[in-house]
Design a protein around this ligand. Structure first.
Ligand code: 5AD
Ligand code: FES
Length: 348
């Protein structure tokens, strides 16, 4: 059996781990929060890692029903940063102490793997090989991932979005969950520190789907897991979908920390956009990473995957001082470490 098929088959089967996740899901948020906080303190203490996020292109060939920059949304003002602007943002970030940069973009045909690879090599050189580069550029071939890894990219992030095959195919223009899982396995084979995750509260996601989301993260033994609330975007087919509260996301975050204590878990911008203290609440439920947005301010408003995104008018470096206070308010502190996940370190 092909490996992706093996994961899909396991997802549907009962197992002690799945039963454990089901038991956790039945607990109260307060209980989960205290269990997750203990687990987080054991692995990461009170430290919170920072990542400099650069949204380098909002051009996307995909048409996912939930996403504000989907191909069919012709209200989007499309932009692409060129190499010089990306390197300028990296240089400034490096000077201010950032040791990880995340390049995130749509699936943009003008940014094939070879071009991205050249950029990654330049970033590593510019930063004296002291930084980690994370790519979040979507689905590519196995060979593409090898090219990127050989160029020096360290980590790759690609959420599976939902672990329900039917829902995945419906929301993602016919692309199968199997293909998404295959790509994640290809990334791991290429040697990447592997990140994925899902949205919480997608229309059609019941508790069984949520259990599968959590279980898939565990089956993949992910190094990094980004989750956040689904927020309906008015210019997408899901505009009338209901907005669920943050509690679902917080419970999921806490369970992830309990079942994958060594993973890096960001307190995501979507959580902070849904609720003013959303990121702090995620830090209390086991999150240990924050990703200030270093994209040039003139373009930030054009990278709207969902409405109400915070910090659009802020210079990313201003966010750092704001974030220090927020982190301190929950008894944690920011560290400027490269912040490799404990999971990955143990495997390698
Ligand atoms: N609400 C919340 N998150 C979204 N994403 C895309 N669209 C939305 C939305 N409407 C998430 C997806 C994607 C990540 C970059 O942003 O999970 O992988
Ligand atoms: Fe951006 Fe507070 S984190 S302004």
């Amino acid at each position: 059996m092909n490996r992706a098929d093996f994961f899909l088959a396991q997802l549907d089967e009962d197992s002690p781990v799945k039963d454990y996740i089901r038991e956790l899901w039945a607990l109260s948020l307060d209980k989960l929060k205290s269990m997750a906080d203990d687990a987080c303190k054991n692995t990461y203490g009170d430290e919170v890692y920072l990542r400099g996020l650069i949204e380098y292109t909002n051009v996307c060939r995909m048409d996912c029903l939930y996403c504000g920059i989907r191909k069919s949304n012709d209200k989007v003002n499309r932009y692409r940063l060129d190499e010089d602007s990306i390197l300028a943002a990296v240089e400034e970030g490096y000077g201010r102490g950032f040791r990880t940069f995340v390049l995130q973009g749509g699936e943009d045909p003008e940014w094939p793997a070879e071009r991205l690879a050249r950029l990654v090599a330049k970033i590593k050189e510019l930063c004296n090989y002291e930084v980690a580069v994370t790519l979040s550029s979507g689905l590519m071939t196995k060979d593409d991932y090898v090219i990127l890894r050989d160029a020096g990219a360290d980590r790759y992030l690609m959420r599976f979005e939902t672990a329900d095959s039917k829902l995945h195919e419906r929301l993602r223009g016919g692309i199968s969950l199997r293909r998404r899982i295959q790509a994640l396995l290809d990334m791991r084979d290429a040697g990447f520190e592997l990140g994925s995750g899902f949205m919480c509260g997608l229309p059609g996601e019941d508790d069984e789907v949520m259990l599968k989301n959590l279980y898939l993260c565990k089956l993949l033994e992910l190094d990094m897991i980004g989750i956040g609330p689904f927020i309906p975007h008015p210019d997408t087919p899901l505009k009338d979908a209901p907005q669920l509260g943050l509690e679902r996301t917080l419970k999921a975050e806490a369970i992830l920390r309990i079942i994958l204590p060594g993973a890096n878990l960001p307190a995501t911008t979507a959580a902070g956009s849904l609720q003013p203290d959303g990121r702090e609440r995620m830090l209390e439920c086991g999150a240990n990473v924050l990703m200030p947005n270093l994209t040039p301010v003139i373009h930030k408003k054009d990278y709207l995957l969902y409405p109400g995104k915070i910090c659009l008018d802020e210079d990313g470096f201003k966010c750092v001082s704001c974030l220090s206070l927020r982190v301190a308010s929950v008894g944690k502190k920011i560290v400027w470490d490269i912040g490799t996940s404990k999971n990955y370190k143990e495997r390698n």
